[in-house]
Design a protein around this ligand. Structure first.
Ligand code: PLP
Length: 473
């Protein structure tokens, strides 16, 4: 397929602006020296180009998308409708507070809802993504220790099953990452944790349910041990999808959390962004919260020992509109029901697949589960990647692969609550047919996909030598 620049023909195109009939006021020095390289193409051809591109991509509207840890649930259209109301769309971030009371009320309402769901006392919406929320939460932890005159606490403990953003955020925030092992059940190893705790412990970062989809049964003991050592507990709540309305992170000992509105709270994800990774905290961390807040509808204020700004203004406001719409639509009964169904769906698929694809940890899972294809690979040389590629020919987006790192040849499946039994049954059939094929004819699976616009790509080259812009000659 040709790029839009390759379709460009000099002189063609759409000049929608009339000739300038007012004096030009820009000083000449500000003007660019050469004209911008813009594709010159008719509106008709441009429409076709982007439609063709869209048809080659796979989104939640195209089919099953069980990408573990990413919660690719349906994005209800009413969210979009609310986020496109002119009263929200046409706001300017510099408007005085008294002219944007509705927007501020929405922010307060969403904050209250997320506080209720997590048990926290305050939420800042400044972070623009999950990793950004982690970074914010860690800066809160740092500010808390330093405010008490404790400059020795420079270590963040992270389990080996953690999402890669956890150690990255800890490093960005100036901490040393201390890794602890998971035990044979995929949970935090208490002995390993005890060994690492001490006067340098600033805190622990944990996802619960963790990245293998299991709820850590020792969670009360874990958070107690960290507090006893003087550290704080950070909850990576990127995926609250198993627990919202059921377990509140604050009740199990966590002090700080981030949530991904673009996962659990049904706002679009990835290329459909922007995202939002609000960060919540307990009362004693409130003085450090970033950004400005408007509590009385009249004035913006900054917390007394605020860590500053994590982003311009208030974060991605229209994402908040979508998430708030979602929460209000579901209500106090719908929220836990969504979580229960997410867990039910994951367990349904796990039960229907585990006789042929071994699960990494054979127990009731939460919102996702991890298959371990290590033995299959040993027998047949068909890898988790090959199975993922084969799913593409069924119109199914592959699960997350090779994550978490503690499981070899991992496929991590998260169906979410918004899939029907019929869709999951189709996917189960696809998985089982691929399994039959890999036993009979492994080369055939290794040669998949056969029906996609591009077949096997050089994934290493794409990551190492990304070509992100068109090279004009
Ligand atoms: C997705 C995810 C993140 C990171 O969120 P981004 O918005 O992609 O930065 C962090 N932790 C976990 C467990 C996640 O699943």
């Amino acid at each position: 397929m040709k790029l839009i620049f390759e379709k460009s023909i000099s002189g063609r195109g759409q000049d929608i602006f009339p000739a300038c009939d007012v004096p030009e006021v820009l000083p000449k020095v500000e003007l660019r020296k050469t004209t911008a390289h813009l594709p010159e193409i008719s509106e008709n051809e441009m429409g076709r180009h982007y439609t063709a591109l869209a048809k080659r991509a796979h989104g939640v509207n195209d089919g099953f998308y069980p990408l573990g840890s990413c919660t690719m649930k349906h994005n209800p259209r009413i969210n979009e409708k609310m986020a496109s109301l002119p009263g929200f769309v046409n706001l300017h971030p510099l408007q005085p507070a008294h002219t944007v009371k509705g927007a501020n009320e929405l922010i307060s309402g969403l904050e209250a809802a997320l506080c209720e769901i997590t048990g926290m006392d305050a939420v800042t919406f400044q972070p623009a993504a999950g990793a950004h929320g982690e970074f914010t939460g860690l800066l809160l932890i740092k500010a808390y220790h330093q405010d008490r005159g404790d400059f020795e606490r420079n270590e963040i403990i992270v389990p080996d099953s953690a999402h890669g953003t956890n150690p990255a955020s800890a490093t960005m925030a100036g901490f040393k990452t201390i890794e602890i092992k998971s035990n044979e059940n995929g949970m935090v190893d208490l002995e390993s944790l005890k060994e690492k705790l001490g006067p340098h412990t600033a805190g622990l970062m944990l996802t619960n349910p963790n990245t293998v989809g299991l709820f850590d049964e020792n969670i009360m003991e874990i958070t107690r041990l960290v507090h006893e050592a003087g550290g704080l507990c950070y909850y990576d709540g990127a995926n609250l999808n198993a627990v919202m309305g059921i377990v509140r992170p604050a009740d199990i000992g966590f002090d700080v959390i981030h949530m991904n509105l673009h996962k659990t709270f049904s706002t679009p994800h990835g290329g459909g962004g922007p995202g939002s990774g609000p960060c919540g905290c307990k009362e004693f961390l409130k003085p450090f919260i970033p950004g400005l807040t408007c509590k009385d509808g009249k004035e913006y204020t900054r917390a007394e020992k605020s860590i500053g700004n994590m982003t311009g203004f208030y974060g991605n406001f229209l994402v908040m509109v979508k998430a708030y719409t979602y929460i209000l639509t579901l209500g106090a009964e719908g929220i836990p029901a969504a979580s229960s169904n997410a867990v039910l769906n994951a367990n349904y698929m796990q039960e229907k697949l585990k006789d042929i694809y071994p699960v990494a940890f054979d127990t009731t899972c939460m919102h996702e589960f991890v298959l371990c294809l290590q033995d299959i690979y040993k027998d047949t040389h068909v890898s988790a990647l090959d199975v993922a590629k084969a799913l593409l020919d069924y119109g199914i987006h592959p699960p997350t692969m090779y994550f978490p790192l503690i499981v070899h040849e991992a496929l991590m499946i998260e169906p979410t609550e918004t899939e029907t039994k019929e869709t999951m049954d189709e996917a189960i059939t696809a998985f089982r047919e691929i399994y039959d094929l890999l036993r009979k004819e492994p080369e055939a699976v290794q040669a998949c996909p056969q029906t996609t616009p591009v077949l096997r790509l050089d994934e290493v080259k794409a990551a190492r030598e990304p070509v992100l812009k068109y090279k004009f000659d």
